[in-house]
Design a protein around this ligand. Structure first.
Ligand code: TXE
Length: 489
C-alpha cells in the first residue's frame, strides 16, 4: 500500500521514489516506503488549502472535531502493541519506552479533545452601551507539521491534535529516518473520519520536500521540532510570506545537584536524565553541575551504574537501552567524544562502541561520562544528542545558577536539593521552558512545553499549545449606527 496521503487518497510518489527504512539494532532494511519529491509536497499543500477553504472542517462544530480526536485515542489503544513494536523497530528504543509513547500520545489526543471545546472567546466592555465588542478565535489555516526521529509519533501528535481540534488542515512530514508510526497515525485519522484533504502526509528528505512545505504561499503556519540549524533555516524561509512559525530546537540541559540530596536517589535521577533513549532526548540532562563536596561520590555512582546498563534489541524483555538511531548520527556523537578528549575533559567511562558480539551490527555507543569539564568547552555548550554526560563542579548557589543558564539554549533544567526554599529560588532563576525540582524528565499534556532563547519559540501542549493554532479576531459591532462626524467638510 502506498504511503503518501494526499486529498484523502493513498498514493505513491509521482516520480516513483522510495526509501529504505533501517532497523538501528541490526542495520537491516525492514521496510521500504514511498519517498516524495517537491511536486508531491506541493500537491499535499494544495489539497490542505482546498480542504481548508472549501471543505467543511473549519466550520464543523468543535464538539465534532473533538469527537474525532477521542476516536483516534481509542484506535491508538486498540493498535497499541503494533504501533509500539513499529516505533521500536524504527528508532531502536525499548518496547517499554515505545508503549509509554503510545500511551502519552493517547493522553495528548484525549487532552485536546477536552481542551479544544473550552470557550476562549470573550467580550470586551468598551464603555459604550451601543457597542458589542468581542474577541473570537478561528483556525489559522494550512499547517505544515515537521517532526524529528527521536520521538516520531509523540512529536507529531503534539502538533496534529491541537491543530485539528482548532479546525486547521495539516500536512505532516515525519523524519525520513523514522516515518512508519506517522503512517499508522494517518491511517487511524482516516479511519476515525477525517474528511479528505484535512490530513495529508508527505514522506521524504527535508532538503527535498522541505522548501515546498515551508515556503509555499498556501501554507499559513509551520510547526517544527528538530535541530537548531534546520529550525533557523525554516524560520528564515517562512519569513518571506510571514507565516506563523513555532520551533522546538533541543537543548543543553543542566542538572544541578546540591550536597544535601540522598546520594542514591540523585545518582539514579542523573543516570535516567541523561542516558534514557541514549541521550537522544531534547531535554536530556547532559550537563551535570554538582556541588563540589559530593561530586566525587556522585560521579563514581553514576559511572558505576552507567556501566551496568543492559544494551540490546529493544524488542527483547530486560533490555534497558537500544542503539543510536543511525550510523550517521552515531558518527556525529563519536565526533563529540573525540572533541571532549581534545578539549582536555577526563573520560571516566564509555566513549566507545560495546564489544558484545550481538551488538556489532547496530549503532550502539557506550554511556559516556566526562569529568573535569568547564564552560569554555564545546562539549559543555553544544547539544551532543547522545549518551554523553559532562561534569562541572560548583561551590555556591550563585555559581550553580550562573552555570545553569550558561549556554545559548533554554529548554529544560533541574535542581536536586532537599532545601525547599533553595529549590524554588534556583527554579525561578533558571531560564528554561521547563524546570524540575527533585526530578528529571516528567511532563504532562496539560502543561506547556517549549524553549526559551535558542531552544525555540512558541509552546506545545497545554492551552498555549492550542493557542498556536488559533487566529484571534476582534469583532466590533455598533448596534446604533451613527455618522462618526470626524470631518466637517
Ligand atoms: O535533524 P533535522 P537531524 C538535533 C540533534 C541532532 C541535530 C540534527 O542535536 O543531532 O538536531 O538532527 C526535517 N525543510 N535534534 O539532522 O534536520 C527532517 O526531514 C523542512 C534535536 O536529524 O532538524 C526531519 O523531519 N524540513 C531535536 C526534521 O526536519 C526539514 C530532535 C528534523 O530534522 C529540512 C532531533 C528543511 N530544509 C534532532 N531539513 C529535538 N528538538 O528534540 C530537514 N528537515
Amino acid at each position: 500500500m502506498p504511503e503518501l496521503f494526499v486529498a484523502g487518497q493513498w498514493r505513491s510518489a509521482a516520480a516513483g521514489g522510495t526509501r529504505d527504512v533501517v532497523n538501528p539494532f541490526d542495520a537491516q532494511v525492514f521496510a521500504v516506503v514511498d519517498e516524495a519529491a517537491a511536486e508531491d509536497a506541493e500537491a499535499a499543500v494544495l489539497a490542505a488549502r482546498t480542504a481548508f477553504d472549501d471543505g467543511p472542517w473549519a466550520r464543523t462544530p468543535v464538539a465534532e472535531r473533538a469527537a474525532l480526536l477521542d476516536r483516534v485515542a481509542d484506535l491508538l489503544q486498540r493498535d497499541r502493541e503494533e504501533i509500539a513494536r513499529t516505533e521500536t523497530l524504527d528508532t531502536g528504543k525499548t518496547l517499554a519506552e515505545s508503549r509509554i509513547d503510545v500511551d502519552d500520545v493517547t493522553a495528548v489526543f484525549r487532552y485536546y479533545a477536552r481542551e479544544g471545546v473550552v470557550e476562549v472567546d470573550r467580550t470586551v466592555d468598551v464603555g459604550r452601551p451601543e457597542v458589542h465588542s468581542r474577541v473570537v478565535h478561528h483556525p489559522v489555516g494550512v499547517c505544515t507539521l515537521i517532526a524529528p526521529w527521536n520521538y516520531p509519533l509523540l512529536q507529531i501528535s503534539w502538533k496534529v491534535a491541537p491543530a485539528l481540534v482548532a479546525g486547521n488542515t495539516v500536512v505532516l512530514k515525519p523524519s525520513e529516518v523514522t516515518p512508519l508510526t506517522t503512517v499508522h497515525l494517518v491511517k487511524l485519522l482516516e479511519e476515525a473520519g477525517a474528511p479528505p484533504g484535512v490530513v495529508n502526509l508527505v514522506l521524504g528528505a527535508g532538503g527535498a520536500v522541505g522548501p515546498a512545505l515551508t515556503s509555499h504561499p498556501a501554507v499559513d503556519l509551520v510547526s517544527f521540532t528538530g535541530g537548531l540549524a534546520t529550525g533557523r533555516s525554516i524560520a528564515k524561509v517562512a519569513a518571506d510570506t510571514v507565516k506563523r512559525v513555532t520551533v522546538e530546537l533541543g537543548g543543553k540541559n543542566p542538572n544541578i545537584v546540591f550536597a544535601d540530596v540522598d546520594l542514591d536517589v540523585a545518582v539514579d535521577t542523573v543516570l535516567t536524565g541523561v542516558f534514557l533513549h541514549s541521550g537522544q532526548v531534547c531535554s536530556a540532562g547532559t550537563r551535570l553541575i554538582v556541588e563540589e563536596s559530593i561530586a566525587d561520590d556522585l560521579v563514581a555512582g553514576v559511572v558505576e551504574r552507567a556501566r551496568r546498563i543492559r544494551f540490546g534489541n529493544g524488542l527483547e524483555e530486560g533490555v534497558e537501552s537500544g542503539p543510536l538511531v543511525s550510523a550517521q548520527h552515531r558518527e556525529k556523537v563519536e565526533g563529540y567524544v573525540a572533541l571532549g578528549l581534545e578539549e582536555g575533559a577526563r573520560l571516566l567511562t564509555g566513549g566507545r562502541r560495546p564489544d558484545a558480539p550481538d551488538l556489532q551490527r547496530g549503532f550502539f555507543l557506550e554511556p559516556t561520562v566526562f569529568d573535569g569539564c568547564d564552560r569554555s568547552m564545546r562539549i559543555v555548550q553544544e547539544e551532543t544528542f547522545g549518551p554523553i554526560l559532562t561534569v562541572e563542579r560548583f561551590r555556591t548557589e550563585e555559581e550553580a545558577v550562573f552555570l545553569g543558564n550558561d549556554t545559548t539554549y533554554g529548554l529544560a533544567g533541574a535542581v536536586q536539593t532537599l532545601d525547599v526554599d533553595r529549590g524554588e529560588r534556583v527554579a525561578a532563576a533558571l531560564r528554561h521552558g521547563t524546570v524540575w525540582i527533585n526530578d528529571f524528565g516528567p511532563y504532562v499534556p496539560e502543561a506547556e512545553w517549549g524553549g526559551q532563547r535558542m531552544s525555540g519559540n512558541g509552546r506545545e501542549l497545554g492551552p498555549a499549545g492550542l493557542a498556536e493554532y488559533r487566529e484571534t479576531k476582534h469583532v466590533w459591532r455598533t448596534t446604533r449606527p451613527a455618522a462618526p462626524g470626524w470631518f466637517q467638510g
